[in-house]
Design a protein around this ligand. Structure first.
Ligand code: HEM
Ligand code: HEM
Length: 207
């Protein structure tokens, strides 16, 4: 598998593409999209659940440790994914109506600042007392801003953004299923199994 093959889009089996093309998403974007989508939903469930635990529960400290550790890894992946999006061509949207194109554009680009704010507010809750975050014993993320009352303010913002993210993700998923089952378009398959045909359209940098 070579990147040259994918950027040329010639003579390559679709599933082997690393990079995105005009026709669909390559392995890097697909892996990041589905891996992060699953992790973000799991983080939401974990976040809600861990808030119900009392001091004597065996998961009282373990669950937040996992939540914070996974959260920091997701923050690193989000930055990498955003950089990848900026240097990758965006699959062609010409089959969408004007409304669908504008709405999906807002949602797709809006996810990045929303998730970034979610993760930064989580970081601020965790480091508001000046202590660093230990990520699974691998490395520490230091506190850069500690202040009395910050934990509660960041906690409120974090909760709010987490719920808003889940609502938008639900609409986003409904939209994807509508394209697949009602319109019979390849919008879902080009994110699930990659570009449908890499030989018919040239790859041109378009966003
Ligand atoms: C993938 C992104 C994330 C999602 C979906 C998420 C979701 C949630 C949810 C739903 C809660 C419970 C809110 C409540 O009921 O008050 C929560 C709490 C919390 N989250 Fe996150 N979170 C994410 C990332 C992070 C990150 C990156 C950190 C820290 C590095 C973090 C640290 C915390 C902490 C410390 C709490 C407990 C807050 C408290 O006890 O008041 N979260 N999170
Ligand atoms: C928290 C969960 C999710 C987040 C944060 C998310 C985020 C994104 C983002 C940012 C894009 C734009 C492409 C990119 O930059 O990678 C995208 C595309 C896409 N997502 Fe999601 N997504 C989530 C869940 C889902 C779910 C559950 C489905 C379907 C069941 C889905 C289906 C799609 C499809 C089909 C595309 C491609 C749309 C197109 O080509 O125009 N996503 N998603």
């Amino acid at each position: 598998m070579t990147d040259q093959q994918s950027s040329d889009g010639v003579g390559t089996r679709p599933q082997m593409l690393l990079r995105d093309t005009n026709n669909g998403y390559g392995l890097v974007s697909r892996f990041l999209h589905w891996g992060m989508a699953l992790a973000i939903v799991a983080m939401f469930v974990l976040g809600v659940w861990m808030r119900t635990l009392d001091y004597y529960n065996p998961y009282y400290t373990l669950a937040p440790d996992i939540h914070r550790g996974v959260g920091i890894i997701l923050l690193i992946l989000l930055v990498a994914r955003f950089a990848w999006r900026l240097i990758s061509p965006k699959p062609d949207d010409s089959e969408l109506t004007r409304f669908e194109a504008v709405a999906s554009h807002i949602v797709h680009w809006g996810f990045y600042p929303l998730l970034f704010a979610l993760m930064i507010s989580g970081y601020l809750i965790s480091t508001a007392d000046g202590r660093p975050i230990n990520v699974f014993g691998l490395f520490n993320v230091p506190s850069v801003y500690a202040r009395a009352g910050l934990e509660d303010q960041a906690g409120y913002v974090h909760m709010l953004i987490a719920y808003v993210t889940m609502v938008i993700a639900a609409f986003h998923a409904i939209g994807a299923f509508k394209h697949h089952f009602v319109d019979h378009s390849h919008i879902l398959t080009r994110m699930w199994s990659g570009p449908s045909d890499t030989t018919s359209q040239p790859t041109e940098h378009k966003r």
